[in-house]
Design a protein around this ligand. Structure first.
Ligand SMILES: C[C@@]1(CC(=O)O)c2cc3[nH]c(cc4nc(cc5[nH]c(cc(n2)[C@H]1CCC(=O)O)[C@@](C)(CC(=O)O)[C@@H]5CCC(=O)O)C(CC(=O)O)=C4CCC(=O)O)c(CCC(=O)O)c3CC(=O)O
Ligand SMILES: NC(=O)C1=CN([C@@H]2O[C@H](COP(=O)(O)OP(=O)(O)OC[C@H]3O[C@@H](n4cnc5c(N)ncnc54)[C@H](O)[C@@H]3O)[C@@H](O)[C@H]2O)C=CC1
Length: 214
């Protein structure tokens, strides 16, 4: 069955991570950058997770998983090294319709964590459907070279231009026309070449030109 890719807003949502090892730490870091309210339950923590707990970035309950940990929880990652525990967490979550990722049991996950190229708001997420996380990681590294940091800035710039167009162009037909023409092949290639200022100029030109036409 095909996976349905989505980008979740986790700001202030309670997310539970069961386990405090190196895999749990990687998943916690990904949740933390999204502003999730992170709870970790585990008898042990990596140094990195201990630091996060001391800095108040995560809530840590020192102990073994209990079903009560699921109260008010939006999303769960079960990352213990004990497959009986991971299995139980998955069952409890699936019964309650909670989003659950079990790190050693792809069939019992109702979502997978993709490999991600982060360019601020621009995210390129890769999944192999669980077939090869290693391949996902290699593709991510290759895309990181192809889509450099200029894309972060250019994407933010497009966001601000888009807002301006929405605020200033009342006519929906004209607005659609401008938005459709904002980025063409030449502009895209300029960004790929890191020629950000030239790319921005072209975007600006389209905006002004299209407005003058009407
Ligand atoms: C199904 C899934 C569930 C989930 O975790 O969501 C899953 C499952 C498993 N991973 C395993 C192993 C490894 N995982 C990685 C790395 C990553 N794993 C990630 C995601 C996923 N891993 C989901 C599918 C994603 C997809 O659809 O492609 C990434 C993308 C995201 C992240 O975790 O942040 C992150 C790369 C981040 C990056 O760097 O970009 C490496 C490579 C490395 O660490 O160098 C290895 C060792 C090499 C290897 O085995 O390939 C094992 C076997 C454990 C064992 O045998 O002990 C299982 C269990 C099983 O397959 O049964
Ligand atoms: N999905 C993925 O991306 C990957 C998954 N894995 C799998 O992830 C699992 C965890 O790997 P690591 O983090 O390296 O293991 P680890 O041994 O470093 O950490 C396991 C953690 O689980 C905690 N734990 C054990 N029983 C618990 C319980 N009942 N309640 C709460 N916490 C409990 C331990 O205290 C420890 O902190 C392994 O099964 C491994 O096969 C490994 C690599 C990648």
């Amino acid at each position: 069955m095909e996976l349905y890719p989505i980008f979740l807003k986790l700001q202030d949502k309670k997310c539970l991570v069961v386990g405090g090892g190196k895999v749990a730490e990687r998943k916690v870091q990904a949740l933390a950058r999204c502003g999730a309210q992170i709870h970790v339950v585990s008898p042990q923590l990596t140094i990195g997770l201990q630091n996060m707990a001391e800095r108040g970035l995560i809530n840590h309950r020192c102990g073994y998983y209990q079903t009560g940990d699921l109260i008010n929880t939006f999303l769960v990652i079960s990352a213990t090294n004990d497959d009986t525990v991971n299995h139980a967490v998955a069952g409890d979550c699936l019964k309650r319709n909670i989003l659950v990722n079990v790190v050693d049991d792809p069939p019992r996950c109702n979502f997978f964590v993709p490999s991600v190229v982060h360019r601020r708001s621009l995210k390129l997420a890769i999944s192999t459907g669980g077939n090869s996380p290693r391949l996902a990681k290699m593709i991510r590294r290759s895309l990181e070279l192809e889509f450099g940091p200029a894309f972060a800035e250019f994407n933010d710039y497009l966001g601000s231009v888009r807002k301006q167009v929405h605020a200033q162009v009342a006519d929906p037909v004209q607005r659609e026309q401008i938005l459709k023409n904002l980025v063409d092949e030449t502009t895209y290639i300029l960004v790929k070449q890191g020629k950000l200022e030239q790319a921005k100029e072209r975007v600006n030109h389209v905006c002004h030109f299209d407005r003058c036409q009407s």
